[in-house]
Design a protein. Structure first.
Length: 761
């Protein structure tokens, strides 16, 4: 440490200073150190074009990492591949090398790159173009998205060697107009799908069908592209990639990239009210930690889960360090920022002008921002995979780095922070998709029929289509002549189908703050809880209040607000079991998985304060009933287990267990907590016994509840541990829920019921 300034001069000194500061270490629940790793290299592959070799050498690259060399060799052997390595390990090279090689060998060769976001696509194009310039070849690389000017679009269609786009654009602008893209589809050699782990749930199920349509069109034009996939670390990368592309692939996970020593620190804010289980604000503790790092010259990234927190933390940190570092040295980064501003911030991070950035998960994906030295996570990002992605933003290859995970009062945060072994010792979550969900499948069969007529006996994925094609013919959407089905409807199907939701008839959200503009849409089944009147709707991190919901016209009118609460709606739900697919009898209970129908009517909404999660008000919701057919997992306590509890006590116990389970269920599902819903019933309609139901909140289900059925025992065990370890007296937001919800004995009743299950012979 510098005696004159009192500041540390290196990351190693900073780590020593933190370890010697009792005020910080008293809140550290776990400190995990990952040893540095040397690079594992391989020589340039035999036959790699000299122009590519020279371009690599110009960048100071004399050898490839092992995973890059293996990927190249597997692609050259004609295999579909999925490369899985951590953040900043050079995955881009795994697909750029074979693609550049193909164009340099054959000028007519074409490739299609798919990225989940426009920002990531722009970033990757810049890197590719830089390399092409060094090679000195005429390789045309262009981004084709909503921002591409019409004058440029025709040139890309006719002459683009590498077309870079996103799934939404492929679905609505390229595949339906394939006759304009003949050069691409006749000569397509590679389809690159980056960030494969982000294609999951409803979005991933849609994208798998878009890939089916792409392959169908390629086949029509006589081409058969190879798929090159890249993914962050998830539990089932090969299985997931194969389901997405509908082909057998090869897994490449021999990571050869070097990394410096990494320190991962779990930090739990101090308890300020033991009885209610309320902790000090995670935002204030994040500010304190990031402030220490920034003041000592450590380049730092702070991740927050919402726009409100990003702006709050940015304000606090600017206030802390403006005199020492200057007002432009710390910036925010989130959805809603204009592309020009984003590029400026990315450049500032790369060249070191910007010392700190506060971001939503917009910077989690592989956008090039250089390598920072420290990362502070305000709250658990929701999945192990995302946490490693965000943490991976810190850590120059030869230097030490540190990541702080600052927990909130949320039960999931508290579970992770108190169970470090769970986080460090188990693989990240499974990515789940269900491409054959009937609603999603029918949508894409319509799109595919518009693109090309269906032949008798033709498969779409693994599905034979006769029944669906007959149904669409009866609806006068298709016309059946001899052995073919032709599109005959007046509409353009892709226009009405969003890849981000499962249901049609989406509600449109109109911002009336300054004029009127459409800012988004919500599917019909989520609308009653998300955009009822007076709801706080968050879009691209910005808070809006719903002023009016026109249910008939399916329009919600919103106005921008700045409030310190969010809303959570309660639904009166009637749930009927339609069919049981799987069941298992265990100690004291029966667990089942099957189809259910949900009749839901929203009743009231609560206003819940940000950070503390306390209830600060409520209001009624007046909307009609909605019906949903979906898949569900449920478990029923037998009569002996339920005996001895009054109906009231049983209700509090079930509600407490359900509150815990719905928060820890996402540990096993790469999904938003809203994608899975829980319903506790003291007397279930189908068996008159106490039952807790989980159901997918999308029509037909996307595999979430089935996964929970499989991990049932572990779920209950973890729920018991979480309640047992919580330091509150009678229940709190970090375990079974607040006392006003579960009663003064709610915590003990839930724990007793779970304990009896474990002890049941």
């Amino acid at each position: 440490m510098n005696r004159l300034t009192g500041k540390v001069s290196s990351m190693a000194e900073m780590i020593t200073w933190i370890r010697q500061t009792p005020e910080l270490m008293s809140q550290v629940t776990y400190w995990h150190t990952i040893k540095p790793r040397d690079a594992k290299s391989a020589p340039f592959p035999h036959g790699l074009h000299q122009g590519v070799v020279e371009a690599l050498r110009a960048k100071g690259i004399e050898q490839l990492y092992t995973h890059q060399a293996e990927s190249y060799e597997a692609v050259m052997q004609g295999k579909h591949i999925v490369t899985v390595t951590p953040t900043a390990s050079g995955k881009t090279m795994c697909y750029n090398l074979p693609v550049l090689q193909s164009v340099l060998q054959d000028d007519s060769a074409r490739s299609l790159y798919l990225f989940p976001t426009k920002a990531l696509a722009q970033d990757q194009v810049a890197e590719l173009q830089e390399m092409v310039q060094v090679i000195g070849a005429d390789i045309k690389t262009h981004t084709y998205d909503g921002d591409t000017p019409p004058s440029v679009r025709q040139a890309i269609r006719n002459a683009g060697h590498i077309v870079v786009t996103n799934p939404d654009m492929l679905h609505s602008a390229i595949l339906p107009h394939h006759t304009k893209w003949v050069k691409l589809f006749e000569n397509i050699k590679y389809v690159v799908i980056d960030e494969v782990h982000s294609y999951r749930g409803v979005f991933g199920s849609h994208v798998a069908n878009v890939i089916r349509r792409l392959k169908r069109i390629c086949q029509f034009y006589g081409s058969q592209p190879q798929f090159i996939c890249a993914s962050a670390t998830i539990e089932n990368p090969l299985e997931h990639a194969e389901r997405l592309i509908g082909e057998k692939a090869v897994l490449i996970d021999n990571n050869g990239a070097p990394s410096g020593e990494k320190h991962f620190v779990f930090y739990n804010p101090p308890v300020v009210n033991e009885q209610l289980g309320i902790r000090k604000s995670s935002v204030l503790e994040t500010r304190k930690l990031a402030g220490h790092l920034l003041r000592n010259g450590i380049q730092t990234i702070v991740f927050a889960r919402s726009r409100v927190r990003v702006e709050l933390l940015l304000t606090y940190l600017l206030d802390l360090v403006k005199h020492e570092l200057g007002p432009k040295s710390i910036r925010g980064y989130r959805g809603g920022y204009l592309p020009k501003l984003r590029r400026e911030i990315e450049q500032g991070l790369r060249n070191g002008d910007i010392r700190g950035v506060v971001s939503t998960n917009a910077l989690e994906l592989g956008i090039d921002i250089g390598q920072l030295q420290a990362c502070v996570l305000n709250g658990y990002p929701g999945t192990i995979a995302s946490t490693w992605q965000q943490s991976g933003r810190a850590g120059r290859r030869q230097e030490s780095s540190i990541t702080f995970l600052v927990a909130s009062s949320n039960p999931l945060d508290q579970y992770i922070i108190q169970n470090p072994r769970y986080f460090f010792e188990r693989p990240p979550e499974r990515a789940l998709i269900h491409p054959d969900n009937l609603i999603i499948l029918v949508d894409h069969i319509k799109c595919a029929a518009y693109e090309l007529p269906f032949e008798e006996g033709e498969l779409f994925g693994d599905e034979t289509l006769v029944e669906i094609l007959q149904f669409l013919t009866e609806q006068q959407i298709l016309h059946h002549v001899k052995s073919r089905w032709y599109w005959m409807d007046q509409s353009f199907p892709a226009h009405d189908i969003s890849l981000r939701s499962a249901a049609q008839e989406n509600f449109v959200i109109i911002d009336t703050t300054d004029g009127t503009r459409v800012i988004g849409e919500v599917d019909r089944f989520s609308a009653p809880t998300m955009i009822h009147e007076e709801a706080i709707y968050i879009h691209e991190g910005i808070q809006y209040q719903v002023e009016k919901l026109d249910y008939e016209e399916k329009k919600a009118y919103v106005r921008e607000v700045n409030v310190d609460y969010y809303t959570d709606a309660s639904m009166a739900i009637q749930l009927k079991v339609l069919h049981v697919h799987k069941e298992e009898h265990g100690a004291g209970l029966i667990r089942q998985f099957g189809d259910v129908t949900i009749n839901a009517i929203p009743t009231i909404f609560k206003k819940i304060r940000l950070r503390t999660h306390e209830n600060i008000g409520s209001g009624p919701i007046r909307l009609p009933e909605e019906e949903l057919h979906t898949s569900s997992y449920w478990f029923t306590f037998d009569e002996e287990m339920a005996r001895g509890n009054s109906k009231n006590d049983l209700q509090f116990a079930l509600l407490g267990i359900a509150n815990v389970l719905v928060h820890i269920a996402p540990l096993y599902l790469m999904c938003d907590p809203r994608d899975i819903r829980v319903v506790p019933q003291v007397k279930a309609i189908h068996n008159q016994l106490p039952t807790i139901f989980f159901y997918d909140s999308y029509p037909g289900g996307v595999g979430l509840s089935e996964r929970l059925y499989e991990v049932h025992g572990t779920l209950l065990q973890q729920a018991r541990e979480l309640i047992h370890q919580c330091t509150c007296l009678s229940g709190c937001p970090a375990c079974v829920g607040p006392i006003e919800e579960v009663g003064i004995l709610g915590k003990q009743l839930a724990l007793d019921l779970l304990q009896r299950l474990v002890e049941h012979p």
